[in-house]
Structure formats: structure tokens, C-alpha cells
Write a protein that binds this ligand. Sequence first.
Ligand SMILES: [Zn+2]
Ligand SMILES: [Zn+2]
Length: 383
Amino acid sequence: MNFDPVSEAERIKDEIIAWRRDFHMWPELGYEEERTSKIVEEHLREWGYSIRRVGTGIIADIGKGTKTIALRADMDALPIQEENDVPYKSKIPGKMHACGHDAHTAMLLGAGKIIASHKDKLNGRVRLIFQPAEEGGNGAVRMIEGGALEGVDAIFGFHVWMDLPSGIIGIRDGPFLAGAGVFEGRVLGKGGHGASPHEAIDPIPIAAEAILAFQTIVSRNVNPLETGVVSVTSVHGGTAFNVIPEEVGFRGTFRFFKPEIGELIQKRMEGILEGVTKAHGGKYELNIEELTPPTINNPEMASFARKVAQKYGLEYGEVRPTMGAEDFAYYLQKVPGAFLALGIRNEEKGIIYPHHHPKFDVDEDVLYLGTAMEVALAFEFLR
Ligand SMILES: [Zn+2]
Ligand SMILES: [Zn+2]
């Protein structure tokens, strides 16, 4: 590469920030990213990319050759009312870019611009994937079904990261984000008068017993050297002080890093409900859905990313794993790659609120570093 991606990215730093602010002011929820994707598409067309649409998602290719590297950004916002008092505050009531996907889109757009201006130096193809609906919508799956990974040899994605100081690139081998599932169940008893429990089958103590027993799955069934989460986050039953209800409903989520732990959690939930309800003469229903697999970085790709960061003087470090989930996992199930973090925490600027918080914000001054890393990854991979 006969240009410096860091200084080129720094040169368009203000443009990246302006894009981010524009997306921030006009947030769109999953699968509704019409405006955002239109802006992205217009720029990419102007810079010479060939475009394929997958709904509100975009697959944009540039360059020719046998090798292809994909870079991915997500574009969706969250149903949150923004509480920041900033000039670029969300103009849409109840919607906000509270996870930083506005920054991801802007960073990758910046990378797209720089890559296009050096397309004659590409020894292969760069594919930019701008996907919809990362937040619980599994937009990655739609993009893969739409052909986003066809012919792709490696994939990288960035997430801005509140857990890292501003400007540090977090690179991790192996599991980074957890796999996630949701469950919804009902404990079925027999309703009756609150004063005559002997004539009823009270689902409330049965549900209470089962929910407490769920807490023994991680503490007693999962190997202590492994990790998992079982959280019952909603319980509802009964309407009156003197009526034993027919049923109690509950919902929640579970998290895991290894598929076998995810399976163990599901099996134990079923077993506990079956045993506890049977012991008290009740019945149960349980629906479990695995939403997202764990995001597991390919160690070779992670070490390639470290070498690239080092070569261009980009500061990088370890990033802690989190039990949050990310649909980038689906790409990594099919193609080697790594999901990277860009630190955006800046105490001096008051940028300290966690992802999905109404006061979440990003340190915009470091976004160009993400752009630089994306450009560097592309050119180094295609050498
Ligand atoms: Zn999020
Ligand atoms: Zn996110």
C-alpha cells in the first residue's frame, strides 16, 4: 500500500462526523432503514461501487480478483427516547441511535470513500455490507440469505465500545459476545377461592419454586469454569387478592458462550419445570428460542488484525468478553473473521453511559481510527 490509511482517514474526519450526526438525527428502527440506506447507496454509487439491495440492506463491491474481504456495518437504531442535550440530538421521538450503529455506518462509509479512491491498487475485491436490524432482528441472516457472503474469504466488523478508552482498538481471540436465547412459559394449575387452596392447584408457589430452581442451573449444573446466564425478567399471574389464578406466565433470556452450555440450560429448564409441576399436580408449557449464536473470533484473523493495527501505529489492546449478543456471529459461523471494538469512552467529555442508555454517546473524534483500520484491513488482506 503506497498511502497511509490513518492520515487519509484523518483528512475526512469531519465528513465522517457529519455523516454520523446526520444518521443520529434521523434514526430508523430495524428493517425501516430507508433514509439511511438511500444515503449510503447514493454515495457508494457515486464512488463506483456495484450495488445489490437486500431490502434496506446493501451489498457493495469494488475491485476485481480472486480474493474478497468483506467489511460490515449495521444501520439500525433503538426504540429509546434520547436524553442527550446535543445539537445532533435525535429528531424522531422515541427513536435513538443508542448503540452506536450510526457511527458504524459513518465509519464504513468513510472507508468506502478511501478504498474507492485507491481502487486501482486493489489486488482483489472489497465488499461493504451495510445491514439492517442488528438489534434483535437478525438482519445478518437476511444479508447472508441475500448472498452477502458469496465468494467472501474473510470478514471484519466494528462495534464502538464503551468498555474501552477512546481510540483503542479492542481485538479478542475466540468468544467475544455471548449467544442469546429467549424463553416464555406458563405454569398451569387450577383456579379457585383464595380461602380454599385445598380445592385448587395454586400455580403461584409452583412457578416460584421453578423460577428459584432455574437459578441452580448456572450455579449447580454448568461447569464452574464455564459461564452462562439465566434471567427470568417477567412474571405475571393473578388479578384479585382472594382468587387463586389458573396460571402464571413468565419470560426471560439466557446467555452462553459455548453451544453445549446453551443446550444444557435449555434441557435443565425443561427438566425443572417438568419435575416441579408434576410434584404439585400442575402442568406447564415452555417455548425456548435461540436468537443468536455466540460471536467467536477466528484467532488467525484476530492476530492478522493485531499485525495490521501495529503496522499502521493504531493503538490496540485486549477487550473483555460480554454476555451481550451480536448477530455478526452468523457471518463468523460461515467465514473466518473477527469482530473488533473501537473504544469511545471519554470521561472528560462525559461520554460514559452504557450502550442502550438514553444518554449514550460516542467520542466522535476517534471514529476516523475505525475507518483507518477498515481501510488497512482491506488493503493488507488483499496484498
Ligand atoms: Zn445494541
Ligand atoms: Zn450494537
